[in-house]
Design a protein around this ligand. Structure first.
Ligand code: ADE
Ligand code: ZN
Ligand code: ZN
Length: 297
């Protein structure tokens, strides 16, 4: 690939993360979230950080802003907070695929609403992975702290099935449903509600208990499949096209399945879909770690 400045992914080095953060909190309050909600992103990043090699762990700590105190998970929703300030970044959280096709193809689908190629979550994962390869060089044109936070966030997003969804319903954002007795949208159910309901019911409303439960599955029940999750074509540091293809399949088989406008999603939907959510959170964490371990050698 030709090394050129990437106007489709501006990466400002002028603004420091630190000075912007208090302002961002204002925007945050009732914010519509893109991607897993805060707990979903926290979970994938926490799982990833527990699987980093010593070299990757040191690089991550070096790149994180000081106030993160070495905790990547605490910063994994940063990309949602900057969507207003970095308006160009809002198309990088998802992929819209053709309605009802249940397939994904990079050249066909990875573009923004203006048709600009590469502006989707798979393109963003490739882009920030490439930027991070500059780590350790004397100079770089990129802000590698922002690259790390974007990559860590987008690796979560691409594993949320409806972030690789249908175009006309915007990944379920325009499908109105009831989550038990409350009005909601299908997309929000998958970003937040399934996870939140699981935390309340099974994890004492504590995200750390959810993280621990998924980590136990990764080392026990799913251990024999983890090497396949980590596998990428030779010479590739990350494989977002694989993750996105799995995503739209999961969206069709589980998220959209049996759901239309005004569907009531309750106990049956919750209990049958929670394993998929846990599975995708685990894959996101394992693959973020695998990608960072490759990048930082
Ligand atoms: N906006 C349009 N499509 C979307 C999707 N699949 N996920 C999140 N936001 C979107
Ligand atoms: Zn997002
Ligand atoms: Zn979302």
């Amino acid at each position: 690939m030709i090394n050129h400045p990437t106007p489709t992914f501006p990466n400002s080095q002028m603004e420091s993360l630190r000075s912007a953060l208090p302002l961002l909190l204002l925007f945050l309050l009732p914010a519509a979230v893109h991607g897993w909600g805060v707990d979903g992103h926290y979970t994938t990043c926490k799982i990833a950080q527990g699987r980093l090699s010593p070299a990757a762990s040191n690089a991550v700590k070096d790149l994180l802003p000081k106030y993160a105190e070495g905790d990547l998970a605490s910063q994994c929703s940063w990309a949602d907070h900057v969507k207003f300030r970095y308006h160009w970044s809002s198309a990088l959280h998802y992929i819209d695929t053709p309605d009802n096709l249940c397939t994904y193809q990079y050249t066909r689908d990875c573009k923004d609403e203006d048709g600009v190629a590469g502006r989707c979550v798979a393109g963003a994962i490739n882009n920030y992975t490439t930027q991070l390869l500059d780590y350790g060089k004397q100079t770089t044109q990129y802000n590698l702290t922002e690259a790390l936070l974007f990559l860590s966030h987008f690796m979560g997003d691409i594993h949320q099935p409806l972030h690789v969804g249908f175009t006309s319903d915007r990944g379920g954002n325009s499908i109105n449903v009831h989550w038990f007795t409350r009005k909601s949208e299908l997309h929000h159910v998958w970003d937040d509600s399934i996870i939140e309901t699981a935390e309340e019911r099974f994890y004492d409303s504590n995200v750390e208990n959810l993280v621990n439960a998924i980590q136990t599955n990764i080392t026990k029940e799913w251990a024999d499949q983890v090497p396949a999750w980590e596998k990428c074509a030779r010479n590739q540091n990350t494989c977002p096209n694989i993750y996105a293809s799995e995503g739209i399949k999961a969206a069709c088989s589980w998220a959209y399945k049996g759901v239309g406008n005004d569907s009531v999603l309750g106990e049956d939907y919750f209990l049958s879909r929670l394993p998929i959510v846990n599975w995708r959170l685990a894959q996101g964490g394992v693959r973020l770690a695998a990608t960072l371990n490759k990048i930082f050698g």
